[in-house]
Design a binder for this molecule. Structure first.
Ligand code: IMP
Length: 435
């Protein structure tokens, strides 16, 4: 019996929602450890599409404990809205426990305003953020001026922290961004009212996880975004503001690293990216359009069209190395169906060097890289009914085999459609000791 961390190997949107939902069935506890409502995990259950931004995807299964860890930046209003939406759709099972770390940092209205104002500045460098205030909330956390969920229950402290924060933020909003300042009393009233509503869910989640682990219960750590949006290891500055790699599953949820038994990397059969930043295998042609349309590649949070391109194994190998990934779940393989030829990028070339295992950390060098492709014959057959690798066309199997060789990690699951059942399951990461 093991605990499993699920990590995106690309720039997010790998289809983690579906895999986390499948694995949640086997787990007892599902914990988010980073990011906030910039994430968007799309799940299709009984033909119905549900998008979760903040609440762990495990919530749809009965009897699970779902944790929003200390490493998450938490917007309490989004949380309540999502909870209401789940209740309305009768999707909240009766015996599911939901807990929020008292140490998670709150996203405040000034975080959203500053995030959006920065992106709107024509002279500024656009990151293409989701505009949810994620970066500014993490900035305050690191600057030690953040307000934590637990602070809501010490009213004087909360008001004092808010007053101090607004002194600075309103100066910035008014004098630098030339925007209207925010009203302290209004924010205090809103947050304090919200505090009462979320109170039953607030806890020391590190203690809960420890207790569950000691009882031998299985924990699923649910990563958000992807390896190449990691603030240290991604294509900086076109990244999110948290560590998305597996190691943060430990510090972002308050458990020791010994509890991270297996790391499963989620790898879409092609590559997408939302927002700005380098993208060596991007396709700005009809094949890119095919991937975008057939793959329904719209940002789950912002609705933006995702940029699309061929599978890039330099990205995957770097992700495998940095997160200690031993197993891969391949998603959206069905989207490639119908293409005459499919390609895999096996490395990049520049005048001076070849890059096969790591992206150059300089964006200028990365921009100068030419992707080197291997080309494969495509397949026309509908693969969404396949439940075994043997049921896939020979060309599809060849593509997967080469992917696995290049990744240096075992494929343990292949998703051939959005539904829970449209999946080829090869190995169970909770049980297999050899992964
Ligand atoms: P932020 O996380 O809103 O600050 O956005 C920073 C960058 O990360 C932008 O390029 C976003 O498009 C990207 N990003 C953030 N969250 C996600 C996600 O869940 N999927 C894909 N891209 C994301």
């Amino acid at each position: 019996m093991a605990n499993v961390a699920v990590i995106g190997t690309q720039w997010g949107d790998e289809g983690k929602g579906k895999i986390v939902d499948l694995y949640a069935e086997k787990a007892d506890v599902v914990a988010r450890f980073q990011g906030g409502n910039n994430a968007g995990h799309t799940l299709v259950v009984k033909g119905r599409k549900t998008i979760l931004h903040l609440i762990p995807s495990g919530i749809l299964h009965n009897g699970k404990t779902c944790i929003i860890g200390n490493g998450v930046v938490f917007d309490p209003f989004v949380f309540l809205e999502e909870l209401e939406e789940l209740k309305r759709g009768d999707l909240l099972p009766p015996d599911t426990k939901l807990r929020i770390s008292e140490k998670a940092h709150l996203i405040m209205p000034y975080h959203r305003r500053i995030d959006q104002a920065r992106e709107a500045r024509s002279s500024g460098k656009k990151i293409g953020t989701t505009g949810r205030g994620i970066g500014p909330a993490y900035e305050d956390k690191a600057a030690r001026t953040g307000i934590r969920v637990g602070d809501l229950y010490e009213e004087n402290l909360f008001r004092e922290k808010l007053r101090q924060a607004l002194e600075e933020k309103n100066f910035l909003l008014a004098n630098f961004f030339h925007e209207k300042p925010l009203d302290e009393e209004e924010i205090a009233a809103q947050y304090l009212a919200c505090a009462e509503k979320i109170k039953p869910y607030v806890a020391d989640t590190s203690l809960i996880l420890d207790r569950e682990a000691r009882q031998g219960r299985k924990i699923l750590f649910e990563g958000a975004q992807g390896s190449h949006l990691d603030v240290d290891h991604g294509t900086y500055p076109y990244v999110t503001s948290s560590n998305t790699v597996a190691a943060n599953a430990s510090s972002g949820s308050g458990v020791g690293p010994h509890l991270l038994d297996r790391v499963v990397g989620i790898c879409k059969a092609y590559t997408t990216r939302v927002g700005e930043g380098p993208f060596p295998t991007e396709l700005k042609d009809e094949i890119g359009d095919h991937l975008q349309k057939v793959g329904q590649e719209f940002g789950a949070t912002t609705g933006r069209k995702r940029r699309c391109g061929w599978l890039d194994m330099v990205l995957i190998r770097q992700a495998v190395r940095v997160s200690g990934i031993s197993a891969l779940a391949i998603t959206k393989l069905d989207v490639l169906t119908g293409l005459d030829k499919v390609k895999i990028c096996v490395g990049y070339k520049t005048a001076e060097a070849e890059h096969t295992h790591a992206l150059p950390s300089s964006n200028a060098k990365l921009a100068a890289c030419e992707p080197v492709f291997e080309e494969f014959d495509g397949w026309k057959e509908d693969i969404s009914h396949a439940r075994e690798i043997a049921e896939l066309p020979a060309n599809t199997r060849k593509y997967l085999k080469r992917l696995e060789e290049l990744a240096d990690a075992r494929i343990i699951l292949v998703s051939v459609g959005p539904g829970r059942e449209e999946t080829i399951v090869l190995e169970d990461p909770f049980l297999n000791k050899n992964l």
